[in-house]
Design a protein. Structure first.
Length: 363
Protein backbone atom coordinates (compact mmCIF):
# COMPACT_ATOMS: atom_id res chain seq x y z
CA UNK A 1 0.00 0.00 0.00
CA UNK A 2 1.26 3.46 -0.75
CA UNK A 3 -0.04 7.00 -1.19
CA UNK A 4 0.43 8.47 -4.65
CA UNK A 5 -1.02 11.93 -4.16
CA UNK A 6 -2.51 14.04 -1.39
CA UNK A 7 -4.75 17.08 -1.91
CA UNK A 8 -6.07 19.42 0.79
CA UNK A 9 -8.77 22.08 0.47
CA UNK A 10 -9.40 24.44 3.43
CA UNK A 11 -7.61 22.00 5.71
CA UNK A 12 -5.83 23.60 8.67
CA UNK A 13 -3.45 26.19 7.13
CA UNK A 14 -3.92 24.98 3.53
CA UNK A 15 -6.39 26.65 1.16
CA UNK A 16 -5.60 24.48 -1.84
CA UNK A 17 -2.58 22.22 -1.78
CA UNK A 18 -1.52 19.06 -3.58
CA UNK A 19 1.62 16.97 -3.50
CA UNK A 20 2.91 13.83 -5.19
CA UNK A 21 4.35 11.23 -2.83
CA UNK A 22 6.69 8.46 -3.93
CA UNK A 23 7.07 4.86 -2.85
CA UNK A 24 9.76 4.18 -0.28
CA UNK A 25 11.20 6.93 1.92
CA UNK A 26 9.81 10.49 1.68
CA UNK A 27 10.87 13.53 3.69
CA UNK A 28 8.68 16.60 4.33
CA UNK A 29 11.03 19.42 5.31
CA UNK A 30 10.04 22.85 6.59
CA UNK A 31 10.22 25.34 9.42
CA UNK A 32 8.14 25.05 12.57
CA UNK A 33 4.40 25.79 12.09
CA UNK A 34 4.71 25.46 8.30
CA UNK A 35 2.10 22.69 8.22
CA UNK A 36 4.24 19.54 7.91
CA UNK A 37 2.37 17.66 10.65
CA UNK A 38 -0.95 18.65 9.06
CA UNK A 39 -0.12 16.49 6.03
CA UNK A 40 0.38 13.41 8.19
CA UNK A 41 -2.71 14.26 10.23
CA UNK A 42 -4.74 14.41 6.99
CA UNK A 43 -3.65 10.89 6.02
CA UNK A 44 -4.42 9.64 9.51
CA UNK A 45 -7.86 11.27 9.22
CA UNK A 46 -8.58 9.42 5.97
CA UNK A 47 -8.11 6.16 7.83
CA UNK A 48 -9.66 6.92 11.20
CA UNK A 49 -12.20 9.68 10.58
CA UNK A 50 -10.54 11.66 13.36
CA UNK A 51 -7.32 13.51 14.14
CA UNK A 52 -4.55 12.15 16.35
CA UNK A 53 -4.13 15.69 17.74
CA UNK A 54 -7.65 16.93 18.51
CA UNK A 55 -11.06 15.41 19.20
CA UNK A 56 -12.90 18.29 17.50
CA UNK A 57 -13.35 17.87 13.75
CA UNK A 58 -14.20 21.57 13.29
CA UNK A 59 -10.63 22.47 14.24
CA UNK A 60 -9.45 20.82 11.02
CA UNK A 61 -11.29 23.39 8.89
CA UNK A 62 -9.36 26.49 7.87
CA UNK A 63 -10.45 29.62 9.71
CA UNK A 64 -13.59 31.28 8.28
CA UNK A 65 -14.28 28.40 5.87
CA UNK A 66 -17.40 26.20 5.88
CA UNK A 67 -15.80 22.86 5.00
CA UNK A 68 -12.53 21.05 4.42
CA UNK A 69 -11.63 18.27 1.98
CA UNK A 70 -8.88 15.67 2.18
CA UNK A 71 -8.38 13.69 -1.01
CA UNK A 72 -5.81 11.01 -1.76
CA UNK A 73 -4.99 8.48 -4.46
CA UNK A 74 -3.83 5.25 -2.84
CA UNK A 75 -2.47 2.08 -4.41
CA UNK A 76 -3.68 -0.89 -2.37
CA UNK A 77 -2.54 -4.26 -3.64
CA UNK A 78 -3.88 -4.42 -7.22
CA UNK A 79 -6.42 -1.61 -6.79
CA UNK A 80 -6.11 2.15 -7.09
CA UNK A 81 -8.45 3.97 -4.71
CA UNK A 82 -9.51 7.60 -4.76
CA UNK A 83 -10.37 8.45 -1.16
CA UNK A 84 -12.11 11.71 -0.32
CA UNK A 85 -13.14 12.87 3.13
CA UNK A 86 -15.22 16.00 3.70
CA UNK A 87 -15.51 17.78 7.05
CA UNK A 88 -18.29 20.28 7.67
CA UNK A 89 -18.55 23.13 10.15
CA UNK A 90 -21.36 21.41 12.08
CA UNK A 91 -18.94 18.55 12.85
CA UNK A 92 -20.39 16.09 10.34
CA UNK A 93 -18.14 14.10 8.01
CA UNK A 94 -18.48 12.16 4.78
CA UNK A 95 -16.19 9.59 3.20
CA UNK A 96 -16.17 8.63 -0.46
CA UNK A 97 -14.13 5.83 -2.03
CA UNK A 98 -13.92 5.94 -5.83
CA UNK A 99 -16.82 8.40 -5.80
CA UNK A 100 -19.16 6.21 -3.73
CA UNK A 101 -20.21 7.62 -0.36
CA UNK A 102 -19.69 5.22 2.54
CA UNK A 103 -22.54 4.46 4.90
CA UNK A 104 -21.94 4.93 8.59
CA UNK A 105 -21.40 1.20 9.17
CA UNK A 106 -18.83 1.13 6.36
CA UNK A 107 -16.69 3.91 7.85
CA UNK A 108 -14.61 1.30 9.67
CA UNK A 109 -13.53 -0.30 6.38
CA UNK A 110 -10.24 1.66 6.50
CA UNK A 111 -9.46 2.24 2.81
CA UNK A 112 -5.97 3.25 3.91
CA UNK A 113 -4.03 1.89 6.89
CA UNK A 114 -1.31 3.88 8.63
CA UNK A 115 1.05 3.51 11.55
CA UNK A 116 1.86 6.90 13.05
CA UNK A 117 4.83 7.63 15.30
CA UNK A 118 5.12 11.07 16.93
CA UNK A 119 7.22 12.47 19.80
CA UNK A 120 4.19 11.76 22.01
CA UNK A 121 4.56 8.06 21.24
CA UNK A 122 8.05 8.16 22.71
CA UNK A 123 6.19 8.46 26.01
CA UNK A 124 4.31 5.15 25.60
CA UNK A 125 6.66 3.61 28.12
CA UNK A 126 6.90 6.28 30.82
CA UNK A 127 3.44 7.88 30.76
CA UNK A 128 0.24 6.77 32.51
CA UNK A 129 -1.50 3.39 31.88
CA UNK A 130 -4.16 4.96 29.62
CA UNK A 131 -1.40 5.75 27.10
CA UNK A 132 -0.51 2.06 26.85
CA UNK A 133 -4.18 1.01 26.72
CA UNK A 134 -4.75 3.44 23.85
CA UNK A 135 -1.73 1.98 22.05
CA UNK A 136 -3.16 -1.56 22.29
CA UNK A 137 -6.64 -0.41 21.28
CA UNK A 138 -5.40 1.33 18.14
CA UNK A 139 -3.67 -1.83 16.92
CA UNK A 140 -6.73 -3.95 17.68
CA UNK A 141 -9.10 -1.57 15.91
CA UNK A 142 -6.95 -1.73 12.78
CA UNK A 143 -6.70 -5.52 12.77
CA UNK A 144 -9.98 -6.71 14.32
CA UNK A 145 -13.15 -5.19 12.83
CA UNK A 146 -15.32 -6.16 15.83
CA UNK A 147 -13.03 -4.73 18.48
CA UNK A 148 -14.11 -1.10 18.09
CA UNK A 149 -17.76 -2.08 18.65
CA UNK A 150 -17.03 -3.91 21.90
CA UNK A 151 -14.81 -1.12 23.20
CA UNK A 152 -17.56 1.44 22.56
CA UNK A 153 -20.12 -0.84 24.21
CA UNK A 154 -17.89 -1.30 27.23
CA UNK A 155 -17.45 2.45 27.60
CA UNK A 156 -21.22 3.04 27.51
CA UNK A 157 -21.96 0.24 29.98
CA UNK A 158 -19.19 1.40 32.33
CA UNK A 159 -20.55 4.96 32.37
CA UNK A 160 -24.08 3.72 33.11
CA UNK A 161 -22.90 1.33 35.82
CA UNK A 162 -20.87 4.05 37.57
CA UNK A 163 -23.91 6.33 37.57
CA UNK A 164 -26.03 3.59 39.15
CA UNK A 165 -23.39 2.89 41.82
CA UNK A 166 -23.64 6.53 42.90
CA UNK A 167 -27.44 6.29 43.06
CA UNK A 168 -27.25 3.13 45.18
CA UNK A 169 -24.85 4.86 47.57
CA UNK A 170 -27.28 7.74 48.24
CA UNK A 171 -30.23 5.37 48.59
CA UNK A 172 -32.01 6.26 45.36
CA UNK A 173 -31.79 2.72 44.02
CA UNK A 174 -31.47 -0.85 45.33
CA UNK A 175 -28.12 -2.62 44.92
CA UNK A 176 -29.54 -5.62 43.05
CA UNK A 177 -30.17 -3.43 39.97
CA UNK A 178 -26.41 -3.57 39.43
CA UNK A 179 -26.60 -7.33 38.69
CA UNK A 180 -27.97 -6.73 35.18
CA UNK A 181 -25.20 -4.26 34.38
CA UNK A 182 -22.57 -6.64 35.78
CA UNK A 183 -23.52 -9.19 33.10
CA UNK A 184 -23.41 -6.55 30.37
CA UNK A 185 -20.03 -5.29 31.56
CA UNK A 186 -18.61 -8.80 31.73
CA UNK A 187 -19.75 -9.65 28.19
CA UNK A 188 -17.97 -6.68 26.62
CA UNK A 189 -15.06 -6.54 29.06
CA UNK A 190 -14.09 -10.21 28.61
CA UNK A 191 -13.81 -9.76 24.85
CA UNK A 192 -11.54 -6.74 25.31
CA UNK A 193 -9.39 -8.57 27.85
CA UNK A 194 -8.84 -11.63 25.65
CA UNK A 195 -8.13 -9.50 22.57
CA UNK A 196 -5.56 -7.43 24.46
CA UNK A 197 -3.93 -10.51 25.93
CA UNK A 198 -3.53 -12.09 22.49
CA UNK A 199 -2.12 -8.94 20.88
CA UNK A 200 0.39 -8.53 23.70
CA UNK A 201 1.72 -12.02 22.97
CA UNK A 202 2.25 -11.02 19.34
CA UNK A 203 3.80 -7.69 20.29
CA UNK A 204 6.25 -9.20 22.75
CA UNK A 205 7.86 -11.54 20.23
CA UNK A 206 8.32 -8.81 17.60
CA UNK A 207 9.29 -6.04 20.03
CA UNK A 208 11.96 -8.27 21.59
CA UNK A 209 13.54 -8.75 18.17
CA UNK A 210 13.29 -5.04 17.34
CA UNK A 211 14.70 -3.98 20.72
CA UNK A 212 17.74 -6.20 20.23
CA UNK A 213 18.33 -4.67 16.79
CA UNK A 214 17.87 -1.10 17.98
CA UNK A 215 20.16 -1.47 21.01
CA UNK A 216 22.57 -3.85 19.23
CA UNK A 217 22.47 -6.11 22.28
CA UNK A 218 21.12 -9.48 23.40
CA UNK A 219 19.00 -7.96 26.18
CA UNK A 220 15.64 -9.71 26.54
CA UNK A 221 12.62 -7.46 26.15
CA UNK A 222 9.30 -8.60 27.62
CA UNK A 223 5.73 -7.44 28.19
CA UNK A 224 3.40 -8.40 31.03
CA UNK A 225 -0.34 -7.87 30.77
CA UNK A 226 -1.42 -6.38 34.09
CA UNK A 227 -5.08 -7.32 34.21
CA UNK A 228 -7.23 -8.13 37.23
CA UNK A 229 -9.25 -10.81 35.47
CA UNK A 230 -6.57 -13.16 34.24
CA UNK A 231 -5.05 -15.74 36.51
CA UNK A 232 -2.35 -18.15 35.44
CA UNK A 233 -4.02 -21.21 33.95
CA UNK A 234 -7.49 -19.67 33.64
CA UNK A 235 -9.20 -20.70 30.41
CA UNK A 236 -11.02 -18.36 28.03
CA UNK A 237 -14.35 -19.98 28.89
CA UNK A 238 -13.82 -19.24 32.57
CA UNK A 239 -13.01 -15.54 32.14
CA UNK A 240 -16.59 -14.29 32.47
CA UNK A 241 -17.29 -16.36 35.58
CA UNK A 242 -14.13 -15.07 37.23
CA UNK A 243 -15.00 -11.51 36.18
CA UNK A 244 -18.46 -11.74 37.80
CA UNK A 245 -17.02 -13.10 41.03
CA UNK A 246 -14.55 -10.19 41.23
CA UNK A 247 -17.36 -7.69 40.70
CA UNK A 248 -19.40 -9.25 43.51
CA UNK A 249 -16.35 -9.23 45.75
CA UNK A 250 -15.77 -5.51 45.09
CA UNK A 251 -19.43 -4.44 45.12
CA UNK A 252 -19.40 -2.79 48.56
CA UNK A 253 -16.23 -0.82 47.83
CA UNK A 254 -17.54 0.19 44.41
CA UNK A 255 -20.77 1.58 45.87
CA UNK A 256 -18.82 3.55 48.46
CA UNK A 257 -16.51 5.01 45.80
CA UNK A 258 -19.09 5.33 43.04
CA UNK A 259 -16.86 3.73 40.43
CA UNK A 260 -16.16 0.34 38.88
CA UNK A 261 -12.94 -1.10 40.28
CA UNK A 262 -12.60 -4.18 38.08
CA UNK A 263 -12.21 -4.41 34.32
CA UNK A 264 -10.04 -3.58 31.29
CA UNK A 265 -10.40 0.17 31.93
CA UNK A 266 -7.82 -0.43 34.68
CA UNK A 267 -5.38 -2.46 32.57
CA UNK A 268 -1.70 -1.72 32.18
CA UNK A 269 1.23 -3.29 30.33
CA UNK A 270 4.48 -3.97 32.13
CA UNK A 271 7.48 -3.22 29.90
CA UNK A 272 10.75 -4.88 30.87
CA UNK A 273 14.32 -5.10 29.56
CA UNK A 274 16.71 -7.52 31.32
CA UNK A 275 14.03 -7.84 34.01
CA UNK A 276 14.01 -4.09 34.75
CA UNK A 277 10.67 -2.26 34.65
CA UNK A 278 11.38 0.45 32.10
CA UNK A 279 8.25 2.41 33.05
CA UNK A 280 9.82 3.36 36.37
CA UNK A 281 13.50 2.55 36.23
CA UNK A 282 14.42 2.82 32.56
CA UNK A 283 16.82 5.51 31.38
CA UNK A 284 15.60 7.97 28.76
CA UNK A 285 17.55 6.07 26.10
CA UNK A 286 16.07 2.73 27.17
CA UNK A 287 12.54 4.16 27.20
CA UNK A 288 13.00 5.60 23.70
CA UNK A 289 14.38 2.30 22.41
CA UNK A 290 11.42 0.47 23.95
CA UNK A 291 8.89 2.87 22.41
CA UNK A 292 10.57 2.52 19.04
CA UNK A 293 10.59 -1.28 19.35
CA UNK A 294 6.87 -1.32 20.17
CA UNK A 295 6.06 0.82 17.13
CA UNK A 296 8.10 -1.46 14.87
CA UNK A 297 6.27 -4.45 16.36
CA UNK A 298 2.97 -2.70 15.60
CA UNK A 299 4.04 -2.22 11.99
CA UNK A 300 4.95 -5.91 11.70
CA UNK A 301 1.67 -7.13 13.22
CA UNK A 302 -0.52 -4.93 11.04
CA UNK A 303 1.40 -6.04 7.95
CA UNK A 304 0.85 -9.69 8.86
CA UNK A 305 -2.82 -9.44 9.81
CA UNK A 306 -3.93 -7.16 6.96
CA UNK A 307 -1.62 -8.83 4.40
CA UNK A 308 -0.48 -5.42 3.20
CA UNK A 309 2.11 -2.87 4.27
CA UNK A 310 0.62 0.12 6.11
CA UNK A 311 1.94 3.61 5.40
CA UNK A 312 4.40 4.61 8.12
CA UNK A 313 4.05 8.23 9.27
CA UNK A 314 6.96 9.60 11.31
CA UNK A 315 6.18 13.04 12.69
CA UNK A 316 9.39 14.82 13.72
CA UNK A 317 10.65 11.68 15.40
CA UNK A 318 14.06 11.57 13.70
CA UNK A 319 15.24 14.73 15.47
CA UNK A 320 14.29 13.12 18.80
CA UNK A 321 16.52 10.11 18.13
CA UNK A 322 20.29 9.90 18.04
CA UNK A 323 22.08 8.76 14.90
CA UNK A 324 22.30 5.12 15.98
CA UNK A 325 18.56 4.88 16.65
CA UNK A 326 17.70 6.69 13.41
CA UNK A 327 19.79 4.22 11.46
CA UNK A 328 18.29 1.27 13.36
CA UNK A 329 14.78 2.52 12.64
CA UNK A 330 15.32 2.92 8.90
CA UNK A 331 17.24 -0.36 8.66
CA UNK A 332 14.41 -2.24 10.39
CA UNK A 333 11.73 -0.94 8.02
CA UNK A 334 10.97 -3.37 5.20
CA UNK A 335 11.65 -2.18 1.65
CA UNK A 336 7.95 -2.56 0.84
CA UNK A 337 6.85 0.08 3.38
CA UNK A 338 6.16 3.65 2.28
CA UNK A 339 7.56 6.02 4.90
CA UNK A 340 6.67 9.70 5.20
CA UNK A 341 8.89 11.65 7.59
CA UNK A 342 8.49 15.25 8.74
CA UNK A 343 11.41 17.29 10.04
CA UNK A 344 12.78 20.80 10.47
CA UNK A 345 16.32 19.46 10.42
CA UNK A 346 17.94 18.65 7.07
CA UNK A 347 21.34 17.86 8.55
CA UNK A 348 20.76 14.16 9.08
CA UNK A 349 19.61 13.80 5.46
CA UNK A 350 23.28 14.17 4.58
CA UNK A 351 23.84 10.82 6.34
CA UNK A 352 21.45 9.12 3.89
CA UNK A 353 21.33 8.59 0.16
CA UNK A 354 17.98 10.30 -0.49
CA UNK A 355 16.70 11.04 -3.99
CA UNK A 356 15.88 14.75 -4.32
CA UNK A 357 12.44 13.89 -5.76
CA UNK A 358 11.57 12.21 -2.43
CA UNK A 359 12.13 15.46 -0.49
CA UNK A 360 9.05 17.69 -0.16
CA UNK A 361 9.75 21.25 1.00
CA UNK A 362 6.99 23.10 2.85
CA UNK A 363 6.91 26.83 3.62
Amino acid sequence: MYVKELQLVNYRNYSNFSVTIHEGLNFIIGRNAAGKTNLLEALYFLENGKSHKTSTARELIKWDEEFAIVKSTVQRLERELLIEASIFKDGSKQLKVNGVASKKEQMKARPIITVIFTPDHLRIVKEMPETRRAYLDEILEKTGPGYSYWRQQYSKILKQRNMLLKKVFVGRMKADVIDYWDKQLVGAGSRITIARRDIIYKLEERADRAYKNITESDVNFSLIYENQLLKEGIKDGETEEHYLSLLKEKRKAEIERGQTLVGPHRDDVGIFAAGIDLRTFGSQGEQRSASLALKMAELSIITELTRDYPVLLLDDVMSELDRARREALLKYINDGVQVIVTSTNVEYLKEMDIDASNIIKIG
